[in-house]
Design a protein around this ligand. Structure first.
Ligand SMILES: Cc1cc2nc3c(=O)[nH]c(=O)nc-3n(C[C@H](O)[C@H](O)[C@H](O)COP(=O)(O)O)c2cc1C
Length: 200
């Protein structure tokens, strides 16, 4: 492994998902010393929501092959290129209202592009056009959404499985650090270490 893309999505400095993704990255770098890391900090520098020109470019196959589409997909190309150049992704994200925060969704909206990162079969199913690679996703949630004691719906893990899956990336591993609103710092540190130790 030579190249890792490290993405964070929390707007907070004292962020549990940032600490978790940093710990996941550190463990990966121990396994692959010398791997280069590209940083994409969506929490501090969000990418814009899909603007009119981008939405128009994606609105039909004809629009996608127009001259304007090349300019409108410039940011999308840049972000997709970061994934293509990486051998693995490490992501830290909070759970916001049962799913990913909007900064993460805005990034996903730039990645899933018909004819570029996904195709379609004769019978209408989407097929991924990117090479599969490991994606390590650390999640911080104020409450409990995962496992036997879940108290709320989870639209985060199934959503990311579907979103990455439709571009061909299926090797996802999730690390949910839960109940950040209720547990003290020592307990959260212990839980974080246990999660990171389970990295495959
Ligand atoms: C707008 C917003 C929505 C949230 N929605 C949820 C939620 O649906 N479920 C949950 O368990 N926690 C929710 N939380 C709490 C965060 O998941 C929790 O504070 C988490 O630790 C934030 O990640 P961070 O520490 O990396 O910033 C929400 C927080 C915010 C600010």
């Amino acid at each position: 492994m030579k190249h890792i893309l490290h993405i964070d999505c929390s707007p907070r400095d004292a962020s549990h998902s940032r600490d978790l993704s940093a710990a996941l990255l550190a463990r990966l770098l121990k396994r692959y010393p010398g791997a280069a890391v590209t940083r994409r900090d969506l929490g501090r520098e969000p990418v814009p929501h899909a603007a009119s020109a981008y939405a128009t470019a994606l609105s039909s196959p004809a629009a996608l092959s127009s001259g304007e589409a090349a300019t409108a997909t410039h940011l999308s190309e840049q972000l997709i290129g970061e994934i293509e150049r990486a051998d693995a992704l490490v992501i830290g994200t909070p759970m916001n209202n049962f799913t990913v925060p909007s900064v993460f969704k805005a990034w996903i909206d730039q990645i899933l592009r018909m004819g570029r990162t996904m195709g379609v079969t004769a019978t209408g199913e989407k097929t991924g056009l990117l090479a599969d690679k490991p994606v390590y996703i650390g999640i911080a949630s104020g409450g409990v959404f995962h496992g036997a004691h879940a108290k709320q719906p989870d639209f985060l893990i199934p959503y990311l499985v579907a979103a990455f899956g439709c571009v061909g990336i299926t090797s996802l591993q999730f690390f949910p650090l839960q109940a950040t609103a209720f547990l003290d710092g020592d307990r959260l540190a212990t839980d974080r270490e246990a999660l990171v130790a389970a990295m495959r």
